[in-house]
Design a protein around this ligand. Sequence first.
Ligand code: SF4
Length: 333
Amino acid sequence: MTASDVLAELRESVLERGVPARPDQVLELLRLPDSRVEELLELAHRVRMRWCGPEVEVEGIVSLKTGGCPEDCHFCSQSGLFASPVRSAWLDIPMLVEAAKQTAKTGATEFCIVAAVRGPDERLMSQVAAGITAIKDEVDINIACSLGMLTASQVDALAAMGVHRYNHNLETARSYFPEVVTTHTWEERWDTLRMVRDAGMEVCCGGILGMGETLEQRAEFAGQLAELEPDEVPMNFLNPRPGTPFGELEPMDGAEALRTVAAFRLALPRTVLRFAGGREITLGDLGARRGLLGGINAVIVGNYLTTLGRPAEADLDLLDELSMPVKALNQTL
Ligand code: SF4
């Protein structure tokens, strides 16, 4: 199939009919020469506008428990197994509420509480419960959580606390996962995601691109995400952290990152596709603009978990300039 064939084919199937691109089509897109990337970005933008609309979802994240994780995800500076600079620390409830207030002030509709753990223990579950109660008392915002792998009873407990969305990333293609993590399996992550969906919470699941996976594995991953049908997919690009096993990898080239975002949009035409960590290092200051015109329809404001992001105002000003309204809270309920 030639490049123009695959774009013409997808214009008809994804743009006109909303049928997700198959992994073999995604692979064709990932192999497009740089000279065709603009055409692909334009198609991804049209698909996003047609099937999601112009609104952009804004989310803030806060780390309740940072560092000291027993798992060995090779990209992660929060693993306690590597010589990474992130030390273990906990946030208290008043600071959590303050972070939720600051997030709501930006117009964000989702506030995600994150902990660097394999899965929550009793202490973490009770901290999260207390935090959610305190936030709900004072702040009007949807609460999301990202607390690692869950048991069935923990899934039920979080649903009962009113958690709106649960984040758990598959991180990469099933076939590449053993090269990235050895302390748990891709299937264990998948099981948590199914339980979250069955309990009625929204599913947020994405991964990190540029960890040494092949283009075939990137396309495979897009297909696996499409099969899961998550409500939201955060797309991270590897920001190689010193001291981690992936610390010496090169950041992904900007054109390749944009091509990947656009290809994932065509595989996930109706999903909230979020720019998450690593976009600054991969794409620079222009990245937000190019991505928002190439398939992205959600952003994280403020700081990421372990590295600094761009200030909230910069992203909000950009949305204004692009005439893309921030999704209102009542649209997300
Ligand atoms: S990605 Fe999550 S589970 Fe893996 S080491 Fe980092 S904090 Fe732990």
